[in-house]
Design a protein around this ligand. Structure first.
Ligand SMILES: Nc1ncnc2c1ncn2[C@@H]1O[C@H](COP(=O)(O)OP(=O)(O)OP(=O)(O)O)[C@@H](O)[C@H]1O
Length: 589
């Protein structure tokens, strides 16, 4: 799904992301750079001071000199430590702020997505991108703040200071630095593709896990635990394999670097001893030289650490940017209509709809009108396009042809808040959020009073069951509403829409999990409650819709008939077939 970008392009994506999100933090970044400069200079100065103490204090037995320079060394060390603390503090704070900002923007973008974009990325991948991917970029930033200033200065400064101690001895550096550079870049190069695979496999683990948690009941019912365990084991093993491969490369890095360090230390001591023997340098200079060698190697090591993180962060940045650059296919109107003149007349005019990527449209040339004060029912066989049609009204998707009008205004022109006030959809698979019964019912109208909630519950035939719950309105609801039954969930979802009091009610097969008596009682109460409103009911069950003012029959995405129950029984073969598959001739009459 993620396009495979070329390496330079991927680097540009990371740089663009960092530039955008670091721009507001110029001041703290400037401060931490200054602090890093100071602390690195102090670090570089210390071995020279040490050499001075040895050569001019210890060797000559000058205690006063040792004390004076010792005090200076303590002062320099204090400056170094304080600057380091300050730099780490500002670095961590800025990196955390960057992470927060990127996460907020991804979340905002995902919220604007229609079902089409969510389907394109997949929920697990969107979650990984918002959490893990952002964290990788955040970690790189933190590392860069600590090292980007200090590592190059340490490296170059170390070389300059080493040259200052003894030029011929510095020839050792000519061999050490390139050898280190080559070893490290070879290892990093091999790591890049592995990191990309690692993020993708992490996505897979998340997907499998999510599916297994969501589908837990089905897995139990089919006793497929072993099969699912195997599936997870496979995904988990693949992630482990790629992690092991990167781990092995990282493990290779340390012995390689340490070998170079040790060999070069021996070389420095060997040549240094000869230089001391010949009187060219003093013992202090050799000590300082060794310290600078260590600083140079440490700088290269730290830079390597950072570069090891770059490929992974690049992959993550690309995945983050992909989400941020994706526009919702349901675009908010440029000049939104904020008020409607009417009571919620719904008209579907010549509507076609094709799902993204599908060859055939699922709806073709649909015309229908649902008027205020009337109940319009839509019936049709499974897969005939009923849910799709309802979804076009609150713009879960936008039509691919024709138009959907509310009080004569195209829904694509409506201000989202006005849309929410006007159209209330009870989806086929209602979703309840974690919280309480009350927080769920107030979802569309946060200021609704308890009386309003109870009234909606009464109408939805859910009052008795809520009264029976411990805590009543404050009874806890689990994520997805998994701690209530399917029928109870449906009724709570109906009550939630009733609390909102929209002008157009869309019930998508919302009575399917109810028994006949509850279904009838609910429809009767609903008729009283929603009188004056436009009600559209999608149902499979004939008894649910036979009393509707108008019944629209859908077949393979087309309207094949419309009228009252009796009219359709007389003249519509598709309707007759559906009805007679559920009722006898006598019952249907
Ligand atoms: N997200 C989607 N992507 C692609 N095709 C889809 C999608 N959702 C539904 N479809 C297809 O569109 C057609 C109509 O589906 P829809 O859910 O609207 O039917 P329905 O009449 O509501 O069915 P049911 O009575 O079973 O709920 C089906 O053939 C289905 O395969």
């Amino acid at each position: 799904m993620t396009p495979d970008l070329a390496e330079p392009e991927r680097q540009r994506v990371l740089i663009r992301l960092l530039r955008t999100y670091l721009r507001p933090y110029k001041k703290p970044i400037g401060l931490l750079v200054a602090l890093q400069l100071l602390q690195t200079s102090a670090t570089l100065y210390l071995p020279t001071l040490n050499a001075d103490i040895i050569d001019n204090g210890v060797v000559k037995g000058d205690t006063g000199y040792i004390l004076a320079l010792g005090a200076l060394m303590i002062g320099v060390s204090v400056v170094q430590v304080l600057c380091n603390i300050g730099a780490v503090f500002y670095g961590a704070r800025t990196a955390a702020a960057l992470g927060r900002d990127v996460r907020a923007d991804i979340f905002g973008r995902v919220q604007s997505f229609s079902a089409r974009e969510v389907g394109h990325f997949g929920a697990p991948s969107l979650i990984t991108r918002t959490t893990n991917d952002v964290q990788q970029v955040q970690m790189l930033v933190l590392m860069a703040f600590t090292l980007m200033v200090s590592a190059p200065i340490m490296c170059v400064g170390g070389i300059v200071m080493a040259l200052g101690q003894d030029v011929p001895l510095s020839a050792v550096l000519l061999a050490v630095v390139p050898v280190l550079g080559i070893c490290v870049s070879l290892i990093v190069k091999r790591m890049r593709p592995l990191f990309r695979t690692m993020q993708e496999r992490l996505d897979t683990v998340n997907r499998v896990l999510r599916e297994q948690i969501t589908g837990n009941r089905v897995i139990r019912a089919f006793v497929r635990d072993e099969y699912e365990k195997g599936r997870f084991r496979g995904a988990n093993q693949e992630l482990t394999d790629v992690s092991m491969s990167t781990g092995r490369l990282m493990a290779l890095m340390f012995p390689t670097v340490m070998t170079v360090v040790n060999v070069s230390s021996v070389a420095v001591v060997w040549f240094g001893a000869q230089r001391i023997d010949s009187g060219a340098i003093q013992i202090g200079a050799l000590t300082a030289f060794l310290a600078y060698l260590m600083q140079i190697v440490m700088a290269v090591m730290m830079a390597t650490f950072m570069f090891m993180m770059v490929p992974r962060a690049e992959v993550c940045a690309e995945r983050i940017q992909e989400v941020l650059d994706t526009d919702s296919s349901v675009v908010p109107p440029l000049a939104p209509v904020t008020e409607l003149r009417g009571r919620g007349r719904l008209e579907v005019r010549g509507v076609d709809f094709r799902y993204p990527g599908a060859e055939e449209p699922v709806l073709r040339g649909i015309d229908l009108v649902a008027r205020p004060g009337e109940t319009t029912a839509i019936i049709g066989s499974t897969g005939s396009g009923k849910s799709t049609l309802l979804g076009l009204v609150p713009r879960l998707f936008d039509v691919t042809g024709g138009e959907v009008l509310v009080d004569g205004v195209d829904v694509r022109e409506l201000e989202p808040a006005l849309m929410a006030r006007t159209v209330g959809l009870v989806p086929q698979k209602p979703y309840l959020f974690s919280g309480t019964v009350a927080t769920n019912l107030r979802y569309g109208k946060p200021d609704a009073s308890d009386e309003e909630l109870w009234q909606a519950l009464e109408t939805a035939q859910a009052a008795d069951f809520v009264r029976g719950l411990e805590g009543g309105l404050n009874a806890p609801i689990a994520q997805g509403g998994t701690n209530v039954s399917g029928g109870q969930r449906q009724r709570l979802a109906i009550a939630r829409t009733l609390v909102q009091r929209p002008e157009i009610y869309l019930f998508d097969d919302s009575f399917s999990a109810l028994d006949y008596a509850t279904d009838a009682a609910l429809r009767e109460a609903l008729a009283r409650e929603t009188s004056g409103a436009t009600v559209v009911i999608v149902a499979q069950r004939v008894s649910t819709i036979r009393d509707a003012d108008r019944i629209v029959v859908l077949d393979e995405g087309r309207v094949v008939g419309a009228g009252s129950h009796h009219e359709l029984m007389e003249g519509n073969e598709t309707y007759r077939e559906i009805v007679l598959s559920q009722l006898t001739e006598a019952e249907a009459a």
